[in-house]
Design a protein around this ligand. Structure first.
Ligand code: PLP
Length: 365
């Protein structure tokens, strides 16, 4: 297998794919594939429950939080969050740090007419994130939404915000953790709602993980479609309809891999720290490569970089691909390069990338 630096859908651990392959036709002697099982069968319910239990253990999810395995991508949550949290009035507040957060803002405005930007990095072109002191919630804030890691820009918040209004009331913090979940330990209790599209650190695209605090299950608008409703999803064990059974099973294999093969999220974070440090060092020691993000806000998961001469971009990408380094092209909206270093990208991939970058610079720089 080649090294895959894709931002999403991203690489899955090879050990997970191998196990899925072994179990594809005949799941543990049952004579059928997981894909063919009834979601109500005891075999499948055991798979689903194991996945949730392993996730809860990995993230130390407190008992007063529900874990939902739902569908529609993280984008569906851009709508589901305000619909679940604004039923008692108030306004969605946002820290705006890039393209994904902006899509969430747009959706909240579309559905509820308005949204308040409590802090933004738009003025500096999203290269340096706001700090706690910059956050000014509206008086009617119902919650504060953040995108702790902007996957396209490679901008990461370096703190967990406290969402306190002028009147002293602390409102729930909502986080789109699509591109960082499970990359390091997380204090779930700081958040009201966490959601993450699966296709980076969890499993196949389409599946979405939502972790929601119990007291936020009854704040939804009254005309809520059942499939969007956190309360109904929680009450039905995420099985209002047929869930994404195979994706949920694969997510469970990834959680199992994280627990058993990697040794948990602290061990994962150490590896991820080393990977990111190696790549940023390579970028920083050369005049040929550069990354625009303020050092404190550099993402460990998505590392955008540009070549001093953009005329060499295509040659860089073609030669990288020939060397087995796939999907290094930056997002179509920003250009340049981007290396995504999610959990399944091994340290050896970063070593190979750094060696290739050095070699390319020597030959073409
Ligand atoms: N939020 C973030 C931070 C993302 O990186 C992405 C990208 O995949 C999304 C939301 C959108 O996810 P989806 O394509 O699953 O709707």
């Amino acid at each position: 297998r080649h090294y895959n630096f894709c931002a999403g859908p991203a690489a899955l651990p090879t050990a997970v794919l191998e196990r899925a392959q072994r179990e594809m036709l005949d799941y543990q002697g049952r004579g059928l594939s997981v894909m063919e099982m009834s979601h109500r069968s005891s075999e499948y319910v055991a798979i689903a429950e194991r996945a949730e239990a392993d996730l809860r253990e990995l993230l130390a999810v407190p008992d007063n939080y529900r874990v939902l395995f739902t569908q529609g991508g993280a984008t569906q949550q851009f709508a589901a969050v305000p619909m679940n949290l604004l039923g008692r009035g108030g306004r969605a507040n946002f820290i705006e740090t890039g393209i994904w957060g902006n899509k969430a803002i747009k959706e909240a405005r579309h559905l509820f007419g308005s949204a308040h930007i409590a802090a933004s990095s738009a003025e500096n072109g999203h290269v340096e994130a706001p700090q706690q002191a910059d956050i000014a919630l509206s008086d009617d804030a119902a919650y504060l939404h953040v995108t702790p890691n902007e996957t396209i820009g490679g901008l990461a918040l370096d703190f967990v915000p406290v969402a306190r209004r002028g009147d002293g009331v602390e409102v729930p913090l909502v986080a789109d953790l699509s591109s960082t979940i499970l990359s390091e330990p997380l204090d779930v209790s700081r958040f009201g709602v966490i959601y993450a599209g699966a296709q980076k650190n969890i499993g196949p695209a389409g599946l979405v993980l939502v972790i929601v605090r119990d007291d936020l299950l009854d704040q939804a608008v009254s005309e809520m479609p059942s499939l969007f409703s956190y309360r109904q999803l929680a009450e039905a064990g995420s099985m209002i309809n047929t869930p994404a059974t195979y994706s949920w099973y694969l997510a469970g294999l990834v959680f199992d891999w994280l627990k058993r093969d990697v040794g948990g999220l602290e061990a994962m974070a150490e590896i991820n720290d080393r990977k990111a440090a190696k790549l940023y060092e390579a970028i920083d020691r050369s005049d040929f490569y550069s990354n625009p993000i303020a050092v404190r806000n550099r993402s460990k998961m998505n590392v955008p970089f540009v070549l001093a001469d953009s005329a060499l971009d295509n040659a860089f990408l073609e030669e990288a691909e020939a060397a087995g380094l796939l999907n290094l092209k930056g997002h179509r909206s920003v250009g340049g390069m981007r290396a995504s270093l999610y959990n399944a990208v091994p340290e050896s991939a970063v070593d190979a990338l750094v060696a290739f970058m050095g070699d390319f610079e020597k030959r073409r720089g």
